[in-house]
Each structure stands twice: as C-alpha cells, then as structure tokens.
Design a protein around this ligand. Sequence first.
Ligand SMILES: NC(=O)c1ccc[n+]([C@@H]2O[C@H](COP(=O)([O-])OP(=O)(O)OC[C@H]3O[C@@H](n4cnc5c(N)ncnc54)[C@H](OP(=O)(O)O)[C@@H]3O)[C@@H](O)[C@H]2O)c1
Length: 279
Amino acid sequence: MTIVVTGASGLLGSEFVAAGVRRAAEIVGLTRAELDVTDLGATRRVIADTGPAWIVHCAAYTAVDRAEAEPEEAMRVNHGGTINVVSAAAEAGARLFYVSTDYVFDGAKGSPYRPDDPVAPGSVYARSKRAGEEAVLGAGGVIARTGWLYGSGGRNFVEAILDRAERGESLRVVDDQRGRPTWARNVAEVVLDLIARDVEDGIWHVADAGEATWLDFAREAVAIRGLDTTIEGVSTKAWGAPAPRPKYSVLDLRRTEEAVGRPMMEWRQALRRYLAENR
Ligand SMILES: NC(=O)c1ccc[n+]([C@@H]2O[C@H](COP(=O)([O-])OP(=O)(O)OC[C@H]3O[C@@H](n4cnc5c(N)ncnc54)[C@H](OP(=O)(O)O)[C@@H]3O)[C@@H](O)[C@H]2O)c1
C-alpha cells in the first residue's frame, strides 16, 4: 500500500517519511519541488503516476503571522492547493488525510475541543486551513487536527528557545495561551496507525497528552537541558503578534485514543525523548 506525503521536507512531512522508513512502509514523500499543490495539472499527474492508496496532505502555507499580510497566498495554498489534492485523490481512487490545526477554534470553550465542536477560526491562516477542511469534508476525506508541533525536521519553538537560552539570552514567553505541545513524530505515528486501521472519514484530533502554556513549554525544555535561564511570562497582548491565536486550544483526544487503542504520549515525556535523541 503506497502512501504519498505532500510537503515532505517540512517539519511534519519529514516525520512521516522517517516513520515510513522505520515501519518499512511504502511512503513516497513529495517535496514542493516535486509537487507544487497549487498546480492542478501537476498534482493530478503526479498522484496518478504514483497510484497511492492514501495521500497525507501536509503541504501548507504555515507562516501564521505573515499570513495576515498575505491572505491571498495563504488561501491559494491552503484552500486552492487542498482542492487540487482532493480532486487528484478522487481521480486516483486514493483516500485523503488532511493535516489541520487547533487554531480553527476560537479558544472560548475552556475545556478540550472535540472533533465535532463548532469552529471559529480567528486568523487568516486558521481561516485558510478551515477552508481546506471544508474542501476535504465536502468530498468525504479524513482530517487530523494537531497543534504546537516541534520536531527534528524544521525550525520550531523548542529549538528557538534552546538556541537563545544556550547563548545566555534572557527570554520572554507568552503565558496566557494553553495548548498541547506535541512531538511531530508522535503525530506521524498515530496518523499512520489510523491509516492502518482504515478509519472512517471525518475529523481526528492528534496531539500529545497534557496541556501547557508556551511559558510552561519553554521552561520544561530549558530544565530538561539543565540550563539556568530566566524565562519571564508575557501576555499575548503585550507580545503583540500580528495574528490572533486562541487562548485555549486543547484538543480532546479520546476518539483517537480509542481508535488506536492506546493513550497519547504525555507532552513532557515526549519532549524528554525528543531532546535525548536530538541534542
Ligand atoms: N507546526 C505546527 O505547529 C502545526 C500545527 C497545526 C497544524 N499544522 C499543519 O501541519 C502541516 C505541516 O506543517 P509543518 O509544521 O510541517 O510546516 P512546514 O515545516 O512549514 O511544512 C510545510 C511544507 O509545505 C511545503 N509547501 C508550501 N507550499 C507548498 C506548495 N504550494 N506545494 C507543495 N508544498 C508546499 C513547504 O515547502 P517550503 O519549505 O518549500 O516552503 C513545507 O515543506 C500543515 O498543514 C500545517 O498547517 C502545523
């Protein structure tokens, strides 16, 4: 069974390729140079030639703050590109797993978001990802919502914090957003398990267990590394990022845990394992 991964050189896409190698699965990772999903003809041709049973669609415009100034580009890739992948999947008879974001929620709920809870994306990026979700749901596909990812395949929050801490810089980190810090490797493993179980169409929440603020996350990374760095908490408002983010985007994982038959890894344990392997 061949599984195609779009956006294969990205943070998450590269973890799918690595997970495929570990499992000796037939995973074909396609980088943007090999498949630009905004090109409908190329998308149809490449997918038809590869003949996958599944497509894991990781390719995306992911610059959350920049998207506020580039809404057309974010929509072109995250909505238009996903429409192209949906159509190529249908033509090739492949099932589609679209990766989406916890940022589709507005953060007002205050308890973990279930897959069927109402969405209210607050940023350009989140609206473009939701538009992609709608294209997938309209055609009968599968969605994995995740969030707060780190991993070895790209620049991310953990590496940025540790680089600055190792240089002896003092740090300020947002302390009033809560989510689930998640090792991208765990997302790849769980999604491949869901694919192996041939799960039904619809939405699956995939993240590490537990919850934290960005400040908790940063302090844990620095503590695991044994660094003596002062990290000061700062409010979202004072931080002043261009894109709004939900104050609370903890995903309810129960449906996914039942389907794969195990609990998700706790985020601190995942972070320790990641750092043991990568630093
Ligand atoms: N990182 C997170 O915390 C997070 C949270 C929730 C959901 N997600 C979702 O997870 C998925 C993977 O994100 P990521 O964190 O791995 O981001 P990433 O590292 O930015 O990877 C995205 C990949 O998509 C590629 N890409 C961009 N435009 C493309 C196009 N037109 N055609 C083909 N490929 C294109 C990028 O290529 P270039 O490098 O050449 O630009 C990059 O390799 C995305 O759908 C994202 O929305 C991520």
